[in-house]
Design a protein around this ligand. Sequence first.
Ligand code: AMP
Length: 161
Amino acid sequence: LSTGDILRLEISEKTEIGKLAKSFIDKGELVPDDTLLIMMNNRLNKDDVKTGYLLDGFPRTITQAKGLDLILKELGHKIDSVISLFGNEDELVNRLLNRGLNSGRSDDSIKIIRNRQEIYRNQTFPLLNYYKDMNLLINVNGVGAITDINNEIVKIVNKYA
Ligand code: AMP
């Protein structure tokens, strides 16, 4: 479940969440925590997640992580692992610029990418310690061939399948 994909769908369907999210996404800023938490609470209450799921791009702040803990507690779910992918910042900029050639995404431009990295450093990076302290964090090297990185992630996910 990718929160970016869910938000882009909300935008294309012109829902209330989509209208609110668009200006934040276009600037490369995070959509407010309360919106994300309401959206993910709804999503995680659907039937198709009962056998397990992978969250992509969520949580992105400590407030979201704490909110997620409450949602999971209510549902009787638990987090098996948290995967952190790390890579060289300039390499990541190049990848996103390349993706931007085909993605049609408003936020894959150099200025917005740099803003997203700054926001990652300030708001998302602290989550590494949050999950490390809970003994959930697994670091995966995000540099190299996509197939190798993918295999590494699949190996981890399969442990819980
Ligand atoms: P992504 O597709 O994961 O790169 O996300 C694209 C954009 O959607 C981000 O730059 C944010 O503006 C927004 N977004 C996605 N996930 C979240 C989240 N967990 N919290 C706040 N904003 C988010």
